[in-house]
Design a protein. Structure first.
Length: 339
């Protein structure tokens, strides 16, 4: 062992004895892995010295596990769930203070110096200029490539496509970031992935999306950019609720059928029979275009104050802020939750 490595090890030993002991071994290891993997995407690794100042860390050479203990200590003080993961919620609570740097502290080796690897899900070529709603091409490609068997019947491919693709476009649940310690639940329980599919298609096509696995997030003007159209148009996002069972769902309008023009509010879909919606987690839990009855289509207001259940996505390139690492056809704006 060289002198420099001995010195570094001594620093590790000092930090190990002085770091808080809030998380048990399993949780602190999980938090360490999360922080190392997601630091660049969330953005706090660029402000390492300021983060250390906020957490009370004076030396940069500490393990990922010890760093997570400091994060858990901060979370406890701020009445956050102490999981040790410096995710979007925790970062928002310390970001302003972390921007003030009084001392430069060297970054530890476990923090990545380069951009993280992209998702294993391959991008899809989108000729946006030739399509009014290019995200529909993404949805159809997903259906044909991953959710249809060789004999043409629908198939449920399983968790792989849902987890490694669709949910990767959903760092949030509703208007808030996922509780990081419960992220495994979203991947083990794929009963609710309709919003993940819509987000994936919009992101891949380079259009604004909510980044939320909650279907009703698409009703929220601040979560994404859309136009509330008076005319039902193929590609519109439809947010709906089952009239008796209370289920929520979100999908794309595929066949306009006899849906009304200028409804000025919610629609009782049971009155219209010839339309179809293309989306995920439909039918037998697959990607398919189908009719819906006994549902209410909810209207939402766009930024101009127009209200309609026909929500047509737009890009918002001039203020692009989406930080999902999945391949995308171009920069686009999502919502205030990405700030």
């Amino acid at each position: 062992m060289t002198f420099s490595s001995i010195a570094i090890q001594q620093v590790y030993d000092v930090m190990n004895t002085s770091a808080p002991s809030i998380l048990d071994t399993g949780k602190v290891r999980a938090a360490g892995r999360y922080n190392a993997k997601h630091a660049r995407r969330i953005g706090w690794s660029h402000h390492w010295s300021g983060v250390c100042r906020v957490l009370g860390i004076t030396v940069g050479y500490l393990s990922a596990e010890d760093f997570s203990q400091y994060v858990a200590q901060f979370q406890t003080a701020k009445s956050l769930k102490p999981d040790g993961m410096l995710g979007p919620n925790t970062w928002r609570r310390m970001r302003a203070d972390a921007m003030l740097v009084l001392q430069t502290i060297a970054m530890p080796d476990w923090l990545p110096r380069k951009a993280p690897q992209k998702s294993s899900i391959k991008g899809i070529s989108v000729e946006a200029a030739n399509l009014d709603a290019p995200w529909m091409a993404i949805a159809l490609d997903e259906q044909e490539t991953h959710w249809r068997s060789h004999d043409g019947n629908e198939v449920a491919e399983g968790d792989t496509r849902v987890d490694e693709g669709y949910f990767e476009a959903c760092p949030y649940m509703g208007g808030d970031a996922w509780e990081l310690a419960e992220q495994h639940k979203r991947k083990l329980d794929n009963n609710h992935w309709c919003a993940a599919f819509v987000n994936y298609c919009l992101h891949t096509a380079g259009y604004s999306h909510t980044g939320s696995a909650g279907a009703f997030s698409f009703k929220q003007t601040k979560r994404w950019r859309f136009k509330a159209l008076s005319e039902p148009t193929r590609g519109c996002v439809i947010v709906m609720e089952h009239k008796t069972k209370g289920y929520h769902h979100v999908s794309f309008l595929d066949d306009v059928g006899n849906l009304p023009t200028d409804p000025k509010g919610d629609i009782d879909a049971s009155k219209y029979k010839s339309f179809t919606l293309l989306g995920g987690n439909q039918g037998i839990g697959t990607v398919i275009s189908k009719k819906y009855v006994n549902w209410t289509f909810y209207a939402a207001k766009d930024q101009q104050g127009n209200k309609s259940p026909y929500l047509f996505p737009i890009k918002g390139e001039d203020e692009a802020n989406c930080n999902v690492e999945l391949p995308t056809a171009g920069p686009h704006y999502c919502g205030e939750q990405w700030q």
